[in-house]
Design a protein around this ligand. Structure first.
Ligand SMILES: [Zn+2]
Length: 145
C-alpha cells in the first residue's frame, strides 16, 4: 500500500526508508534539503505570500485564507494533477514546519489547533481524487473544509 503523507520536517526523519520526502515550505529548517515542490508554493505570481495573517480583517479570515490558497492551487491544477499521477504507487511525504514553528506553537497554546497550508493541499488533492494522510500532529490541524 502506497501512501501520501502530510507531515513535518521533524517527523519525516522517523519515516520508513521507502518514503520520498519533499518540501512544501518556502524555507527548510537547518540541515534539510528536500526537493521543493513549487506546485504547492504559497507564493502567488505577484510574489505575495498567501498567509492567514493577510485575512485578519475579513469576516471569516480562515475561509478567506483557504479560498485564496485554493484558488492559487487551481491555477496550477494541471501541474498538480500530473505530479500526483507521477507518484502513484510510491510512498511520499510532503513536509512543512508545522507544528514545530513558533507561530503554530503559539496557536496550539492559545487555541488548541493550528492553521497549516497542508490542510489546503489535502483539500485540493481530494478534489483531484487523491487521498492524503496526515501525521499525528495534524490531528490538531484546524479543519478548513
Ligand atoms: Zn504548515
Amino acid at each position: 500500500m502506497s501512501e501520501i503523507l502530510l507531515t513535518s520536517f521533524k517527523r519525516s526523519l522517523k519515516l520508513p526508508i521507502s518514503f520520498s520526502k519533499y518540501s512544501v515550505a518556502v524555507y527548510q529548517p537547518k540541515g534539510f534539503n528536500y526537493p521543493k515542490l513549487r506546485i504547492f508554493e504559497i507564493v502567488d505570481h505577484t510574489g505575495r505570500w498567501i498567509r492567514p495573517s493577510n485575512f485578519v480583517k475579513d469576516s471569516d479570515p480562515l475561509i478567506s485564507y483557504r479560498d485564496t490558497l485554493y484558488n492559487l492551487y487551481s491555477t496550477r491544477k494541471n501541474s498538480i494533477e500530473n505530479w500526483f499521477n507521477s507518484i502513484i504507487g510510491q510512498d511520499v511525504a510532503l513536509c512543512c514546519w508545522c507544528p514545530y514553528d513558533r507561530a503554530a506553537q503559539r496557536q496550539l497554546k492559545e487555541h488548541g489547533s493550528f492553521v497549516c497550508h497542508t490542510e489546503v493541499i489535502r483539500y485540493f488533492a481530494k478534489y483531484l481524487g487523491f487521498n492524503l494522510d496526515i501525521d499525528f500532529d495534524r490531528q490538531k490541524m484546524k479543519v478548513l473544509i
